[in-house]
Design a protein around this ligand. Structure first.
Ligand code: GRF
Length: 218
């Protein structure tokens, strides 16, 4: 009896998404990975709050979702270790912060150096930190947006992968501006993650270079 040759093994990269809230970016990434047939899949979603809507949202998409409740740990380091254990179980090529509302320890950031991305709702380096939309409106900027960047130990800094700009309208409030930025985020984050899993990103002297003609991949 002849043994059948094994099917060609294409290594599918794992992505782990960390989130605390609604999970609309998670959803955009899961759907883009399927629609665009990335050489990667979202293997797991981890939330730090039991009421995070991202947990049922992920499960509804068929993605395993786990809770690592930060209030159950005595210190930031203990929480980060538990979080890392969940992440490492999937040996991810890429870890994505998508509205993950916890500051991560330096050790955690180091552990995922070069494969940890975040999305921030402003055109960095403007308006890092909380309440970016409010502060953008107070500053009177006419263009606002979102940034995907690699994570370093400095909050909302790190090499910029991609940015999307949106106009600020005269009658905008923080919620109306946030909604417009979020629409852009849902295109931007999948774009950046898709580049990464296709090995199109290089960091040269702190600057992210995208290889080829990435626009053709959208
Ligand atoms: C996004 O606006 C992102 O920029 C910020 O947190 C929000 C997460 O939204 N970091 P969602 O949970 O993906 O809907």
């Amino acid at each position: 009896m002849r043994l059948q040759a094994p099917a060609t093994l294409t290594a599918v990269k794992n992505i782990v998404i960390l989130a605390s809230g609604r999970g609309s970016n998670m959803q955009a990434i899961v759907q883009a990975a399927e629609r665009e047939q990335w050489p990667a899949r979202v293997a797991c979603v981890v939330a730090n709050r039991p009421d995070a809507q991202v947990l049922p949202a992920a499960r509804a998409l068929g993605v395993p979702a786990v809770l690592v409740d930060h209030t159950a740990y005595p210190s930031r380091d203990a929480f980060d270790e538990a979080l890392a254990a969940q992440i490492d179980a999937h040996q991810p090529a890429l870890v994505l912060l998508a509205g993950f509302m916890r500051v991560l320890s330096d050790a955690f950031v180091q552990r995922y150096d070069g494969r940890l991305m975040n999305i921030h709702p402003s055109l960095l380096p403007s308006f890092p930190g909380l309440k970016a939309h409010e502060r953008a409106l107070q500053a009177g900027v006419k263009v606002h947006g979102a940034t995907v960047h690699f994570v370093t130990s400095q909050l909302d800094h790190g090499p910029i992968v991609a940015q999307a700009a949106v106009p600020v309208q005269p009658d905008d409030t923080p919620p109306t501006l946030a909604a417009r930025v979020q629409q852009a985020e849902h295109r931007l984050y999948p774009l950046a993650a898709g580049w990464f899993v296709r090995d199109l990103l290089r960091i040269e002297q702190g600057i992210v270079r995208v290889q080829g003609n990435p626009a053709q991949l959208i």
